[in-house]
Design a protein around this ligand. Structure first.
Ligand code: GAR
Length: 204
């Protein structure tokens, strides 16, 4: 049986598209049962609908009423019986119910704990990497806890930074790595190969 996954997003949905494409190519033992966006105008919703995936925008705003926002999201996730929640450019902080501990994953475009935390997403991360002058950045897939970018790390790989990089060029290189790694992480989870012991994650 395919693992049921819910995808949460706030924007363009290239990460969602990657998962849809990998599923269509038979490379993912998972089925996307719903897509939830924190914004009604997120292009990711259109991508989902185009592929007949149930897609919802939250009625409540995270900033105005975080509790109602969270409740709305979890009731949609439960309604669709999702077994894994996949954050795909989701820009709000979730409050995680106990039974979903270590069942929510996120992908972040840097080597956590560098260049992460509240407000650090997308091109802001790449700009910060270039401004600091580090020679290596990367991609982190991690479990989500109740803080920004802090849960146990599942997969982490490096990407080189070059002198001529712009945020756009660097993003392209990082996102190519993201496409392969997120699919791999979902696949490992689907196969029951991800074991969590405190902060440490073992791939069996
Ligand atoms: C992705 O590059 C993802 O790594 C990043 O946002 C982008 C989402 O793009 N996530 C974060 O920065 C999380 N802190 P998308 O909306 O086109 O899928």
């Amino acid at each position: 049986m395919a693992l049921k996954i819910a995808v949460l997003l706030s924007g363009n949905g290239t990460t969602l598209q990657n998962l849809i494409d990998k599923q269509a190519a038979g490379m993912l033992d998972a089925s996307i049962v719903c897509v939830i966006s924190s914004r009604p105008d997120a292009f990711g919703l259109e991508r989902a609908r185009k592929h007949d995936i149930p897609a919802f925008a939250t009625q409540h705003k995270f900033r105005e009423n975080p509790e109602a926002f969270n409740e709305e999201i979890w009731s949609t996730i439960r309604e669709h019986k999702a077994e894994l929640v996949v954050l795909a450019g989701f820009m709000c902080l979730l409050q995680i119910p106990k039974d979903y501990t270590n069942k929510i994953i996120n992908i972040h475009p840097s080597l956590i704990p560098a260049f992460c935390g509240k407000g650090m997403y997308g091109d802001k991360v790449h700009q910060a990497v270039l401004d600091y002058g580090v020679k290596v950045t990367g991609v982190t897939v991690h479990f989500v806890d109740n803080e920004y970018d802090q849960g146990p790390i599942i997969l982490q790989e490096a990407v080189p930074v070059f002198d001529a990089d712009t945020p756009e060029l660097l993003a392209e290189r990082v996102q190519a790595k993201e496409r392969e790694m997120y699919m791999r992480a979902v696949q490992l989870f689907a196969k029951g190969r991800v074991q969590v012991d405190g902060r440490k994650v073992k791939i069996t």
